[in-house]
Design a protein around this ligand. Structure first.
Ligand code: AHR
Length: 499
């Protein structure tokens, strides 16, 4: 048994709620036939699925990044505002986009959800001027052509979009309009300059890598203009072959889950920018999206080779307790790094690998949804320093490519609250077979202990239409009097709330 020792006055910092952010892209059924489904009886007068909106409100989505992702690198926002919309061929995902969902629909959606908008601009085929025109459209009162256009389109008041990303993954050869490190630094500088000239209060991010050359160029050229630096990561890579890693291999991915944060933090510190620029981990998911024959030089010819396979993302049995346990470990790591990570966006929120799955008559809350629900609504916002004197129990696992690896069987986080007494502890048990005992030791803390557990009958439990295995149970487990030993089930995500 191990003891988590906590001095509740020793705090790491206050996490920004935006680390529970989300992402939605014009891909497969995230927007169209997803949240934007005019004509569906479940949709409201603006065409938004009310069941999906309500599920997003329950997890208090703080910020929603849009419209891509790779999609954005050949997207021109001006064609998707105003009364006449012309469908365009989306060269990233090679499908026709009807363009009926554009900036104004996106803002309307964010207002229904109650989240901040975060717009990713086109640094692929787009220009610094097109990006700054977009800021004009959204944020100027009525000065100039684009603010007046917004007013003509029925939005008298500015959209007030505070968060903007210059481009997506323009470092990657697969991205339309990929850039060299040198080109990237110069483009981001020009774009940032023009966007800040339109709205000096806009907060800008740009894609980074845990790669010295790329980041040095970016930060040397435009560190002064940036407020955020954006990183992405998917662990179980399945773009071309849909072969999900099993539970064991997923646990192997939890090893040093925040390695990119460490690397980018180091570069920011070296350039003395770590107090000015924060990390936006603005695309992450255990599972990469499945979209064969598009991120490759060989492009699919028949739709059955590159569009139809996207339906394999919809297999709900893919998203098991492995996804929930991994997600909890990732969010614990972001909480621990809350001094430099200010935002993280689960990719995506809806369908594909999202935490919510939708179908014409309803939705399914996948295992990962329950982690966001529990973390946003129960875990504290103040991250408290904690340590375990003993050796953590270790778990022998095998990576997806068959190599042995050992990872800690438990992932622990201590939190308290800005606005009230009490504490909450995340206790994640990765062990697929064995329960674990943990003693929580907090001098001076007393109160009622409530155990929230996300779990299913076994490690491969999942939720689907008319098939619910993964649930959150809540039970009082007695009085906490400075110490308490709890037992956590195998393959489970737990929050012990002391209130
Ligand atoms: O697989 C989805 C893609 O992953 C996103 O569009 C892009 O940003 C990332 O490469």
């Amino acid at each position: 048994m191990i003891t988590l020792r906590v001095t509740k006055e020793r705090t790491i910092g206050q996490r920004d709620l935006m680390i529970y952010g989300q992402f939605i892209e014009h891909f497969h059924r995230q927007i169209y036939d997803g949240i934007y489904d005019p004509g569906n009886p479940l949709s409201d007068e603006d065409g938004f699925r009310t069941d999906i909106i309500e599920a997003m409100k329950q997890i208090k989505v703080p910020i929603l990044r849009w419209p891509g992702g790779c999609f954005v690198s050949s997207y021109h926002w001006k064609k998707a505002v105003g009364p006449s919309r012309t469908p365009f061929f989306d060269k990233a995902w090679r499908v026709e986009d009807p363009n009926t969902f554009g900036t104004d629909e996106y803002i309307r959606m964010c207002r229904k959800i109650g989240c901040a908008p975060y717009i990713c601009t086109n640094a692929g085929t787009g220009t610094a001027e097109e990006m700054s025109d977009w800021v004009e459209y959204c944020n100027l009162e009525n000065e100039g052509e684009f603010a007046k256009w917004r007013i003509e389109n029925g939005f008298e008041q500015p959209h007030k979009v505070k968060y903007w990303s210059v481009g997506n993954e323009n470092y990657g050869w697969w991205e339309i309009g990929a850039k060299s490190a040198e080109e990237w630094g110069l483009l981001v500088k020009e774009a940032a300059k023009m966007m800040k000239h339109v709205d000096p209060e806009a907060e800008l991010s740009a894609a980074a890598l845990s790669d010295m050359d790329w980041n040095m160029n970016l930060l040397k050229n435009c560190g002064q203009f940036l407020d955020w630096i954006s990183i992405h990561e998917y662990w179980d890579m399945m773009p071309n072959e849909n072969n999900p890693a099993d539970y064991d291999a997923c646990m192997a991915y939890t090893d040093h889950i925040d390695h990119q944060v460490d690397e980018v933090r180091g570069i920011l510190q070296a350039m003395k920018l770590d107090k000015k620029i924060k990390i936006a981990f603005d695309e992450w998911n255990l599972r990469s999206w499945h979209h064969p024959n598009v991120h490759t030089l060989k492009q699919g010819v028949g739709k059955e080779s590159y569009v139809t396979p996207r339906n394999l993302n919809d297999i709900n049995a893919t998203y098991t307790m492995a996804d929930a346990v991994f997600t909890a470990c990732f969010l614990n790591a972001m909480n621990r790094n809350c001094d430099i990570v200010g935002m993280a966006n689960f990719a995506p929120i809806l369908n594909t690998r999202g935490c919510i799955y939708s179908y014409p008559k309803g939705i399914v809350l996948r295992s990962t949804y329950h982690v966001f629900d529990l973390y946003v609504n129960v875990l504290g916002d103040v991250i408290v320093d904690s340590w375990v004197p003993e050796d953590l129990p270790m778990l022998d696992v095998t990576t997806k490519d068959g190599k042995p690896k050992t990872v800690p069987a438990l992932d622990l986080l201590a939190t308290s609250y800005t606005d009230r007494e009490g504490m909450a502890f995340s206790v994640v048990n990765k062990d697929p077979e064995n329960a674990q005992e943990v003693t929580l030791s907090v001098p001076g803390l007393k109160g009622k202990a409530v155990l929230h557990t996300i779990n299913g009958p076994d490690k491969d439990s999942y939720n689907d239409v008319d098939h619910t295995e993964v649930v959150t149970t809540v039970k009082e487990i007695g009085a906490f009097d400075e110490n308490m030993t709890i037992t956590v089930e195998p393959h489970s995500v737990n929050v012990v709330e002391i209130c």
